[in-house]
Ligand binder design. Structure first.
Ligand SMILES: C[S@@+](CC[C@H](N)C(=O)[O-])C[C@H]1O[C@@H](n2cnc3c(N)ncnc32)[C@H](O)[C@@H]1O
Length: 210
């Protein structure tokens, strides 16, 4: 049998052995949620919802994936597990505690972490000398943004993708079309959306193809 939960000691949490990393990342997530309204969802995305949103990603070839709002890295770790050795993840996170957490806990040369806002995706890609990317996966809360910022991020996202590249986004399930879908339809060639029920709360997911 694995270790049982024994609490907090010398700056460390102790949990059931198998779940140690996952529980730790949830704790870090919840601690920051209280202080930062931009986190906007009560728990990290479930593994099942991560797989559902990423179903259309073809991991068999080298990819460049951009992630907006990785928080404690549930999507980031999934990408790193699935993708080839010559692929790359560019993670852009606004919250500095999450940036520190990711830098300390995910050591992988294929991962580049930026403490920045998704609205600066164009400058980040320019620095990396990358002209376009294959996928952009996003959990940032579009509802909390003003119209101009929302439009700017979606336009820059479209420009950053190669032709046929995909923007895969998730928001909480009660989001209206006017929060995100209407903007996507204006910019992208094809837009579909679904509900991912295996998450607390359920998510509304979007696939927008350039
Ligand atoms: C709903 S949480 C998603 C967390 C994580 N991806 C997951 O699936 O568990 C939203 C994340 O987006 C970050 N965020 C909010 N606005 C952002 C922005 N403009 N640019 C980059 N990150 C942002 C928040 O700090 C938070 O980590």
């Amino acid at each position: 049998m694995g270790k049982v939960w024994i609490g907090f000691e010398n700056g460390k949490y102790y949990y059931n052995e198998g779940d140690q990393k996952e529980t730790m990342s949830t704790m870090v997530y919840l601690k920051n949620l209280i202080k930062d309204k931009n986190i906007a969802s009560i728990t990290p995305t479930s593994k099942s919802a991560v797989r559902q949103l990423c179903k259309t990603i073809n991991f068999n070839k080298p990819l460049v994936i951009v992630e907006y709002g990785p928080a404690t890295g549930v999507f980031t770790e999934y990408f790193l597990k699935e993708m080839t050795d010559d692929s790359m993840v560019i993670a852009i996170e606004l919250n500095d505690n999450f940036v520190d957490y990711l830098r300390k806990n995910i050591k992988d040369k294929r991962l580049k972490i930026y403490h920045d806002s998704a609205e600066n995706i164009d400058q980040i890609l320019e620095k990396l000398e990358i002209t376009n990317v294959d996928y952009i996966v996003s959990g940032i809360p579009f509802t909390l943004m003003d119209t101009d910022l929302r439009k700017r991020i979606i336009q820059k996202t479209n420009s950053a993708l190669r032709k046929g590249g995909e923007f895969l986004a998730y928001q909480t399930f009660f989001q209206k079309d006017e929060h995100l879908k209407d903007y996507l339809v204006k910019e992208f060639r094809e837009v579909t959306d679904k509900i991912a029920y295996k998450n607390i709360p359920p998510l509304r997911t979007y696939r927008a193809i350039r």
